[in-house]
Write a protein that binds this ligand. Structure first.
Ligand code: G16
Length: 559
């Protein structure tokens, strides 16, 4: 009987959201994305998938976020979070693709039954799955939430919990918390952010920070959910004076349009809502679902260019801070039982500015590369005791291994029992502990990243200029090329080389050789229907020239 009920529900859900002919979904860099109005079949099926994933993992909570992040307001998308709060395990992506593209209800039913059999997923039980859902502020969000709920409910025994309108990282945090037995509520998330930020500020050495570091910060909320949440908590963030622009309030503007982290990082100009009075003030920009963060400063009142601090420089600031705390602990301690052993690793992608990689390596840090996509970087970062990863576009976080956190806890206990709580060593341990609580362990989170940046600037007594001047970015240019079928481009070596079509790589090499410090690569986007071209060279004119000539080859070869 349960089996019949299971079949009936799957057929009903698939019938309710039929796949239009000619429609093809692909689980890309960050899940399925397309025009929001066309997304319901994929979102419903993502609901089925998430519920199956939860059943497979013995009922652990799994997450669904309905968002198209930095993309235009008309787009929407869906991504699935695994029980640890990270992205869904990649070996389920082929099934995700197949399910999303199942041509009719019957094919979908057979596919699910076969997959369940192959994977040993017991269907038909009671209370076998739970899925937490969140969505951003897009107008198609409510409609797609309903599609996701119907997908989840198509699996017998699955329970859906709508967590409301959230930033993407909040939902990832909630999934992780739920499975760790911590309260998975927004108020708990805020309490953790506010509490650990306060502790970080209490640990700023006297004489540093203080009044030397400007407390004023203007945040561009991209007219998305991040600005809304920041408005909610900013009064409780003593120690900084935040004003939010593009906060998403009625009349302030359109989501991600002429504003937000992607716009500022790519265009390097002032976002909408800023004016000459803001020249010199430290500013930050979030994207539509607040999982990206970049900083900037208006250079002058006479034009709209900005000095940009991108993900690479945020990463560099975090790396310097963490390394410094480790050095304080280990140099002061001397005795083996009072030191910390930590493998610190940095993860970047091909988009990382070459100057940032040189800077990090000059500090003696280990730097590794992965393809684009948080799902790759995060996984690689988990291989270290402390893994710091960032994409240049502002996606990133710092992950601490459980073993390292235990080391910190036992060292802090030991030092406090020996009344060493005034020591520099104890303070450094406490700073690392507070940072590990502040920065989101599940995924890159613009709000927690912003608070960690602010706390570190105060700790170091640094101005925006001090930070920006860590190294000079090599001039770079990113272009998008529309082609007939972007999937014909296949890349290798963490996307630095094209393997198919092979003639394309030869052309890129030939062009690059014409430029001093030239570097260039192309890759198909996993979130938009375009091929991306990235070029770096010793002057802006050269970087532009290199990007343009390679874009031209892509256009010519792929139509
Ligand atoms: C997503 C991913 C990022 C990736 C970006 C662009 O960001 O989470 O890791 O860098 O897409 O990817 P692509 O170049 O493949 O289009 P977001 O902010 O849109 O979720």
């Amino acid at each position: 009987e349960q089996e019949q009920e299971q079949r009936r529900r799957l057929i009903a859900a698939a019938t309710r959201f039929p796949l239009p002919s000619g429609c093809r979904f692909s689980y890309g860099t960050a899940g399925f994305r397309a025009d929001g109005a066309t997304m319901a079949p994929a979102v419903c099926r993502a609901g089925i998938l998430a519920a199956l994933r939860s059943v497979k993992l013995a009922g652990a909570a799994v997450g669904i976020v309905i968002t198209a992040s930095h993309n235009p307001i008309g787009d929407n998308g869906v991504k699935i979070a695994d029980p640890d709060g990270g992205m869904m395990a990649q070996h389920w992506e082929p099934f995700a693709d197949a399910l999303a593209n199942a041509p009719d209800p019957d094919a979908l039913l057979q596919m699910v039954l076969q997959f369940a059999k192959d994977e040993g997923i017991p269907l038909g039980g009671e209370d076998t799955a739970q899925v937490l859902l969140g969505r951003d502020t897009r107008p198609t969000g409510a409609y797609l939430l309903d599609a996701a709920l119907q997908g989840i409910n198509a699996i017998v025994g699955a329970r859906a919990v709508d967590m409301g309108i959230l930033t993407t990282p909040q939902l990832h945090w909630m999934v992780r918390s739920k499975n760790k037995g911590v309260m998975a509520s927004e108020s708990y998330y805020f309490r953790q952010l506010i509490g650990s930020f306060r502790r970080m500020l209490e640990l700023v050495p006297k004489g540093k920070g203080g009044d030397e570091v400007a407390k004023k910060l203007i945040v561009d909320g991209a007219n998305g959910i991040g600005g809304v949440k920041l408005e909610q908590i900013k009064v409780e963030l003593s120690g900084i004076d935040i004003s939010v622009r593009n906060s998403g309030k009625e009349g302030e503007g359109i989501l991600n349009h002429m504003c937000g982290a992607d716009f500022v990082q790519k265009e390097r100009v002032t976002p909408h809502g800023f004016n000459p009075e803001d020249v010199g003030v430290r500013c930050a920009s979030l994207d539509g679902d607040a999982d990206r963060l970049v900083y900037f400063r208006l250079s002058s009142a006479s034009d709209n260019r900005v000095d940009l601090v991108d993900g690479d420089k945020i990463l560099s600031l975090f790396a310097l801070f963490i390394r410094e705390q480790l050095d304080i602990v280990n140099n002061n301690g001397g005795q083996a039982n009072k030191s910390l052993s930590a493998r610190l690793g940095i993860v970047q992608t091909a988009y990382a500015n070459g100057a940032s990689t040189l800077f990090l390596k000059s500090l003696g840090l280990e730097v590794v590369f992965t393809p684009t996509g948080v799902k790759y970087l995060h996984k690689r970062a988990l291989e270290y005791d402390i893994g710091i990863y960032f994409e240049a576009n502002g996606h990133g976080t710092v992950v601490f291994s459980e073993d390292f956190i235990s080391q910190l806890e036992s060292l802090s206990n030991e030092l406090s029992s020996q009344a060493d709580i005034g020591s520099a060593q104890y303070h450094a341990v406490m700073r690392l502990l507070a940072a590990s609580q502040l920065i989101n362990q599940a995924v890159g989170d613009a709000l927690s990243g912003l608070l960690l940046v602010e706390a570190i600037l105060q700790y170091k007594g640094w101005s925006f200029q001090d930070w920006c001047g860590l190294y000079s970015d090599l001039p770079s240019r990113q272009l998008k090329v529309k082609v007939k079928d972007r999937s014909v481009i296949v890349t290798t070596d963490a996307e630095t080389k094209v393997s198919q079509p092979s003639s394309l790589q030869e052309l890129i090499d030939k062009e690059t050789a014409n430029y001093t410090h030239g570097r260039c690569f192309v890759r198909p986007s996993g979130t938009e229907d375009v091929v991306r071209v990235y070029a770096e060279a010793s002057t802006q004119v050269e970087a532009d020239g290199l990007a343009k000539s390679v874009a031209h080859h892509v256009e010519r070869l792929l139509g």
